[in-house]
Write a protein that binds this ligand. Structure first.
Ligand SMILES: NC(=O)c1ccc[n+]([C@@H]2O[C@H](COP(=O)([O-])OP(=O)(O)OC[C@H]3O[C@@H](n4cnc5c(N)ncnc54)[C@H](OP(=O)(O)O)[C@@H]3O)[C@@H](O)[C@H]2O)c1
Length: 362
């Protein structure tokens, strides 16, 4: 079968394509064999490829990368009772992260595409308990985007306190995978969204893509956006747009460059849900570097919480909400399997909105 492995971890040039890898075999009575139809990429996959992913475990040599996929079950072990051949499924990233609110050390050591081999291959074997049914209204390309980005957005909004309520305002930083999903989940739940982005062009596109989730008759301010390059004091703009109240939850994905402003954009008692630190790889304004974040948190009386993907129960709840709300993932571009390196390059360029997907099989 076709398969990618990572020959080194300096950058994604280590991706090595084979067409003669052995097809995996079901070893346990509860194992299932999946034909991977599509996969999607995450910032994590770039980090694993360039050696900056900081897990508390080793990454094996010649790792099969990536974790997020949708596919079809083509064979079931003798004791499989949850699935049948032909079922459409999504992968979970941390095997065993079923019910616990937060990911645990032992489940991090079972992370696809980092601690253990992932899904950048045509076939994949996993225990029947470590899969979810793909939402019925989605294509394989759409279903492949849910595993990390969507469940991270969901658990940022529902996994901690305070939890999202209708009528809340959610601030989503940037137009990448996690933030666009968070905006969709929030709008679908009857909340308001403010999205920040690097360009007016991206803002216009994101607003158009999110528009189907804006309920008819909603006030004009249900979906607003700020260009953080032309409005560098965007925290003040957030306060203005919310009539001084500020937002209830921030989807924080950028780290040092934005954390102080995210805290200052949040109402007292609100939540900054921290998932990423994209800006750690860029030059920072010295004023930002010097900010005493402990004081900023204290004097704004805000909760800040590290957020690590979502568990299987949250993934299930999210899929149900997506089905009922007709929410469809925003897929920016679909690459062929042979173009996986191009797909990594495109993700790294940050030109995308939402998700970058790779078709694995027809
Ligand atoms: N903790 C977890 O479980 C978890 C799960 C998923 C992702 N993450 C992390 O969360 C981060 C985002 O992941 P992703 O999958 O959404 O990445 P992504 O799709 O690659 O998002 C990239 C986008 O983020 C925006 N961005 C970059 N720097 C920004 C800044 N300083 N201010 C505002 N927006 C900025 C840009 O959008 P614009 O051009 O529109 O500004 C960029 O296109 C990454 O660091 C990732 O590792 C963590």
């Amino acid at each position: 079968m076709k398969q990618y492995t990572l020959a080194h971890r300096k950058d994604f040039s280590g991706l090595t394509f084979k067409t003669d890898a052995p097809r995996p075999i079901i070893q346990s009575p509860t194992g299932v064999l999946i034909q991977i139809k599509a996969l999607s990429l995450n910032a994590r996959d770039l980090q694993v490829a360039n050696g900056t992913y900081p897990p508390p475990h080793d990454i094996p040599d010649d790792l099969v990368p990536a974790s997020d996929a949708a596919g079809e079950i083509v064979e079931c072990g003798s004791k499989v009772d949850l699935w049948r051949t032909g079922d459409k499924v999504c992968t979970v990233v941390f095997l065993g992260h079923d019910q616990d609110e937060d990911v645990q050390y032992h489940t991090m050591c079972q992370g696809l595409g980092a601690a253990i081999n992932g899904i950048a291959q045509e076939y994949f074997v996993v225990d029947q308990s470590q899969l979810l049914a793909m939402p019925a209204h989605m294509t394989y390309e759409e279903g492949s985007t849910l595993t990390i980005a969507a469940t991270t957005a969901w658990s940022s909004l529902y996994g901690h306190h305070p939890k999202l309520k209708a009528g809340d305002t959610v601030l989503c930083l940037g137009s990448g995978g996690v933030s666009v999903f968070a905006a969709q989940i929030a709008l679908n739940a009857g909340a308001k969204v403010i999205i920040t982005s690097s360009s007016d062009n991206k803002i216009a596109q994101v607003k158009k893509l999110l528009q189907p989730l804006v309920r008819p008759g909603s006030p004009a301010d249900v979906l607003q956006a700020i260009n953080y390059n032309t409005t560098p004091d965007w925290d003040k703009e957030v306060a203005k747009l919310t009539g001084g109240r500020k937002v209830d939850i921030v989807i924080e994905i950028s780290g040092r460059a934005t954390l102080g402003k995210s805290i200052r954009s949040t109402r007292s008692g609100g939540l900054v849900a921290i998932s990423g630190y994209l800006s750690d790889y860029s030059d920072l304004d010295p004023k930002i570097k010097e900010e005493d974040l402990a004081k900023t948190l204290l004097y704004n009386a805000v909760n800040a919480r590290g957020n690590f993907v979502g568990n299987k129960q949250q993934f299930t709840d999210m899929n149900r909400a997506f089905e009922i709300g007709g929410v469809r993932p925003v897929v920016d571009k679909v690459f062929e399997f042979e173009q996986l390196k191009e797909a990594y390059d495109y993700l790294q360029s940050a030109k995308h909105i939402g998700k970058v997907v790779v078709k694995v099989a027809a």
